[in-house]
Write a protein that binds this ligand. Structure first.
Ligand code: FER
Length: 245
């Protein structure tokens, strides 16, 4: 199924718990170079389905089977994708409460979108959120590269040698995560593996401390995509969702 966003088709999958007419829904966003069929994304959708929540997994601009080129994606494009997906989900007649969840760069996107849509969301879940991207972009240190942040190169090479337009960095430089955190006053959950080599866990600790109402679940020994303790990430999310009532 596709959710249209201003001429761009976003590939999406909606899964619902059995035997219920109406239920809450969790939107799940993947990370940078990721997609909605990654193990931690599909496992989370299934886990929330099992406790009575619908799940809407989405491929964001330039990723998975959505339209757009990877090279041309930016956080602004992902952010407007997220706003569109939230509006799509809100309009589904079976949906009661709406939760927004994202992993890594999708977690950062979810934090930014939650600040804008705080009156329509029942809660925010950020999994290993990549809160350091704007700061790294301002320092000229994205992707393990070094570049002049005041003269961003036209193209940046990613880990797998795919190219990324310099506008990705120019957009990221303008984003201020602290402002987004301060604009959101609903309940939040941040989950982070303390052995994450891609996003240092201190960013999760800092963000969780700044949110007005945030639970932090640090998973000892786990990696960026929960390769070691997926079950602990899943139960952190399902326990928190069930506690929201
Ligand atoms: C970076 C480090 C991490 C970066 C992106 C990420 C674009 C995102 C990781 C993810 O979403 O999984 O330097 O630069």
């Amino acid at each position: 199924m596709y959710i249209p966003d201003d001429g761009i088709r976003l590939n999406a999958a909606l899964t619902r718990p059995e035997d219920v007419d109406r239920c809450p829904l969790v939107i799940i966003l993947h990370g940078f170079t990721g997609h909605m069929e990654e193990r931690h994304i599909t496992a989370l959708a299934q886990a929330v389905n099992e406790i009575g929540f619908a799940a809407l997994r989405v491929d964001l601009y330039g990723h998975g089977h959505s339209d757009g080129q990877f090279e041309n994606h930016t956080l602004y494009k992902w952010l407007t994708n997220a706003l569109t997906v939230i509006d799509y989900a809100r309009a589904l007649p079976f949906v009661t409460d709406l939760y927004l969840c994202g992993h890594s760069q999708g977690g950062l996107t979810a934090m930014l979108a939650a600040a804008m849509k705080r009156d329509t969301l029942r809660g925010l879940i950020a999994l290993s959120p990549a809160c350091m991207i704007p700061e790294l972009a301002r320092r000229g240190e994205l992707l393990g590269l070094r570049f002049d942040p005041d003269h961003v190169p036209d193209r940046l090479a990613t880990w797998d040698r795919r190219l990324l337009d310099g506008n990705y960095a120019r957009v990221a430089q303008t984003i201020h995560v602290e402002e987004a955190i301060d604009r959101y006053d609903g309940p939040a959950l941040i989950v982070h593996g303390d052995a994450d080599g891609a996003v240092p866990p201190r960013y999760a600790i800092e963000a969780a401390g700044r949110y007005k109402n945030c639970r932090l679940a640090l998973i000892p020994g786990d990696s960026h995509c929960y390769e070691n303790h997926l079950d602990q990430m899943l139960s952190a999310v399902t326990d928190w969702l069930q506690a929201q009532g």
